[in-house]
Design a protein around this ligand. Sequence first.
Ligand code: SF4
Length: 508
Amino acid sequence: MDFISIVLTADRSLMSNYSNNIYIGFLSCIPHNICPDILYNRFCPPVPVNSDGTTSYPILALRTVESICNHAGFKDVKIAHPDCLNKVINFKTKIVGVSCEDPLGIGPATTSWSSIFHGIPHNRIKFLQLMKNIRQLKEIFDFKVVLGGPGCWQFNEDKMKILGIDYLLPGEGERSIPPFFQSLFERDFPSQLIQPDSPTPNAEEILPILGPTNSNFIEISRGCGRGCKFCAPTTSGQMRNFPIDKIVTDAKMYLKYGIKNIVLQSEDSLRYGSLNKDFSIDIDIILNLFSTLFSLGMKSIAITHASLINFAEQPEDIIKFTRFLRKNGMRYYGCQPGIETGSPRLMKKYMKGKCYPHSPEEWHEIVIDALKLMKENHWYPACTLIMGLPDEENYDTQLTLELIQKIDDFPALYIPLFFVPMSMTSLREREKFISEKMTALQWKLLLSCWKHNLKYILKLYNLETAPKKSIQILVKILTSALNFIIRHKGPKMINRKFYENKRAIIVK
Ligand code: SF4
């Protein structure tokens, strides 16, 4: 198959190292009118490009697909830099595989911003630009465009046609990609444009990656098993822990590139390897994983998501783990847990697994205990909240607001996200939440979160990235501007909404 090739790529909003701070990736969800290109490019520069138009630092999803293709015997696989597709795509190219996360800018994080500020988000702009370039090349070179990744739910056949996408390949690719790509090579084109979700691979089927990624990710598990109804099935489904040999192979690969700061990607990082039925952490397995990685030569090992319940339930284990990290030279630690709501009613309805084995009524206490322990041990989390869950009443919002007020003194970020009924979830038929539907109380909640965040954002940013003085000043100016907007516009937004609500009640 020397005469055919597969080209993999993703849009520019994904292909960045985000100034070595994965939280800065959230800028891609912000509309262009409040984060102009000059600012966006400063904080989210493109990944480096090689002279042949490829990049050695793509997103993890592309490295995963590259590895699947390689293992399946497709040898000529290139990962193209989105700005240099014309250097990589040629008459040999038979498949262009595009990975996407929130391509149309309609996912929860993006909707929260674009709904309030009414602009086009960077992720949408960059994705549409990429697809325009691909369509132009497709007219010259006869290849098929296959779209995969967690953002597949945003497309139907009409949108695919407009954007020049031939096939949609949702779900995990380990089992579906090899036979599907083979059929395209043999010109046995499947008639179904949207392929069914492929069977879920076992943990042992996940392969090591063949090169580094933009944010030094190593995937250690998939799924979390807690089953929240608003979450994608791949994410909420049973947790699959990858063999330590696969993780060690990935780590050795990074070390070969001189990379000693890695990020372990998981939906519930500290539960890696645990077989405990009550969803608790197995501290021995975690210590073994981290000590193996440190002994290989890693200097810093960050994690992505973690659960507040594990912090609240196993304080001794967390303290032991934190001491271990400190002994290995790490001074502070971050993670992304979900608070989501302060309402036991909504928790019971949509996410009772989040506080398991405790009851939703205990959630406030769990969150407070977890954040207190984090503060004492130098953990700095970025916690998400979901606003506008179906059937949310003022009473539920009030409880969430009360929870946020109780945890206002903790050095954490509280990120309110708008509910989006993603098509692969059981809430797909429910209504999307947008700023026009916000009540005065929901405005108050949102502004309380951001007022809180502005107290800590600079400190957390400086901890995470240790930036140059000029960047520190720039971030300070930006946070002050945001602070000004919230202080001056916030009360007006809340009051306006209050009077609108009142008028609506009178008219009724
Ligand atoms: S705990 Fe988090 S990752 Fe797991 S199902 Fe709930 S929202 Fe999804």
